[in-house]
Ligand binder design. Structure first.
Ligand code: CUA
Length: 311
């Protein structure tokens, strides 16, 4: 998984990386030059050569910084224009909402026009611009995919916009970049860039209602999921028992298809799902969901099997 500004995988991140390298290398060269002058000054202690203070003060202290900094400012402003491009026609529009401590992601289903609500995973087609409308349900969070774009704050009560694209397929980690409370460190979004056709198939699948249980174990898991009132906070589209407006926790309609659980806390598999339910407060202390450690192991296993089946 790529989580580094040093390996840019999109045009915006590329511009940021170039600016970063020019600043680091340029700064290092100037530092080396100043140190060389200092070394020379220290060596020639016995027979001091007459220097012209006015020349050094005005040249080195005023003219040089003004020329270098103005040049850098003009250049970086011109390059930054690429970081906030106008929205190209055909851009994919996605709404992302920060919660303590997970991300809600909302697409529009191109087939029906209905909203498709997901969590903690944002997929986009390679080479196509995506416009992310960012807001927050509680405190200020910050959306940052280091390998693809600069960071933009998610602020309650307003929608901030970020336009970016990926130029190669891959999985990119997007950690929350603004301290937002106890589990700020476990609030990561996975960004998956894939070919357009693959993305279309994925979105069409995510727009579907949840799969029906296919095995006795999954049936048992579905029953336990309802009996333990998981449906009070989590929506599973198509599950009749889901409470209206159950949006306190992430939408679980296709939770089995996600790469991670708990916003990047655990790698997703049936065992991890069961472990997560029993030990949320162990893995992510302070999270809004309690640990359901009173549920017996076979039932947890069944719930895990049912949720993993929700592909
Ligand atoms: Cu959300 Cu830090």
């Amino acid at each position: 998984m790529n989580a580094s500004v040093l390996w840019p995988a999109g045009p915006a991140a590329q511009s940021i990386a170039v600016i970063g390298w020019v600043l680091v290398i340029g700064g290092a060269l100037i530092f080396a030059g100043v140190m060389a002058l200092l070394a020379q000054a220290l060596r020639r202690r016995e027979t001091p050569r007459r220097v012209r203070p006015a020349l050094w003060l005005i040249g080195g202290g005023v003219v040089f910084p003004v020329v270098v900094l103005s040049g850098l400012l003009g250049w970086s402003v011109a390059l930054s224009a690429r970081l906030a491009p106008t929205v190209p026609p055909g851009a994919l529009v996605v709404s992302v909402t920060g919660h303590m401590w997970w991300w809600q992601v909302r697409y529009r289903d191109p087939a029906s026009g209905a909203d498709v609500v997901l969590a903690n995973e944002l997929r986009l087609p390679v080479g196509r611009s995506v416009v992310v409308g960012l807001n927050s349900a509680d405190v200020i969070h910050s959306f940052w995919v280091p390998a693809l774009a600069g960071k933009v704050d998610a602020v309650p009560g307003r929608v901030n916009r970020l336009v970016f694209s990926a130029s190669e397929p891959g999985v990119f980690r997007a950690p929350c970049a603004e301290y937002c409370g106890r589990q700020h460190a476990r609030m990561a979004l996975q960004v998956v860039a894939q070919p357009q056709a693959e993305f279309d198939r994925w979105l069409a699948g995510q727009a579907q209602a949840a799969a029906e249980p296919a095995t006795p174990l999954q049936h048992q898991g579905r029953q336990a999921f309802v009996a333990h009132r998981c449906v009070a906070c989590h929506t599973v589209r198509g599950l009749a028992e889901t409470s209206v407006g159950a949006t306190l926790g992430p939408d679980l309609t296709h939770v089995g298809s996600r790469l991670t659980l708990g916003a990047g806390t655990l790698v997703n598999d049936p065992g991890a799902l069961a472990a997560w339910i029993a030990g949320v407060q162990h893995y992510k202390p302070g999270a809004r969901m309690p640990s359901f450690d009173a549920i017996d192991a076979p039932t947890l296993q069944a719930i895990g099997a049912y949720l993993a089946h929700l592909q």
